[in-house]
Design a protein around this ligand. Sequence first.
Ligand SMILES: [Zn+2]
Length: 393
Amino acid sequence: MLQAVGKETGQVTAVPSGQQTEREICVRCVMDTTDPDITFDEQGVCSHCRQFDLVYKPVLERAASKEGPARLATLVDKIKAQGVGKDYDCIIGISGGVDSTYVAWKVKELGLRPLAVHFDSGWNSELAVANIENLVKRLGFDLHTFVVDWEEMADLQLAFFKASLANCDIPTDHGFLAVLYHTAAKYGIKTFISGGNIATESILPQAWGYNASDLRHIRAIHRRFGRVPLRSYPTLSFFQRYFWFPVVKGFREVRLLNYLPYNKNDAKELISRELDWRDYGGKHYESIFTRFFQAYYLPQKFGFDKRKAHLSSLIVSGQTTREEALQELNKPTAPFDLMERDKEFVARKMGITVTQFDAILSQLPKSYRDYPSNERLFILKNQIMNFVRSKAE
Ligand SMILES: [Zn+2]
């Protein structure tokens, strides 16, 4: 991808996105000023790297230290104890991607008894379906698949495009999370083991992917741009997620991968060998919608290339080098003809023509801050949780 980079002289030069001037890009990772909130210190190190060193690095070091295995064993014992006498002791989400597939394998290895849940948003690739079927068969897990009402889902996704927002994955991510919580409650399960992790996902600018938990934001977008009433689309409010489920029902989310050394390449190799898992050729490309969204929509409309965040996360956790990452970024996000095909496919499936879709896509980009949200409430929640954590340590 070529993009214009302004120089101090005011001259504009087209350079490949991976070879920007030192002023534009972090000297340690590959995050750059396409994140509007990024800042650099005097050495040229970005705010994401500083945040990693301060907050996330100690967690990775603890997982890799001598006390790591003992902490993991204590956690597993606790989950098992809470599941005694029940059909399942934990719930896991299966998307077909690397992280959730590896979590499933690890959970089995640790002797846990999960209920696996899949959120069928209507966009799964055939390969994703095959990977999920393989996993469930090989590991012998019960799978609960929630098939979303297509009319509601397509309308909600189209509403996010009409709102000109960067995070059009929110309807899928929110629905999946809500299904996990409500299914766990139905079976009396106390632990949700998620695939979220620091080793491969510590860096993601807020501007590129606003919080999918924010139901107020979703409702506001739907009210303004949606047509189909949301009758069966699963939702989870702030109150439910941060009070009702954890405080009243004793339900908690566990990021298992933060308790062990997690390496993406090793994980891929293992799940390919053990579970016949096959690669999609890009992070989150298991869904055609997400492939279109990350490889076409975000770079073209906003100049956001999510590979930069993903590769930067791998650089700071020591899983790739900056040079390798820059080389990777010089490649296109996906082949041009595939992206055009995906765009047509996405438009048709959402029930509009390519011309209508092009008109929506060509509107000026907006920020999530242009619409109502509970951002302040989430910031306050994070401050309180950080305070409680610091007192506990
Ligand atoms: Zn950096």
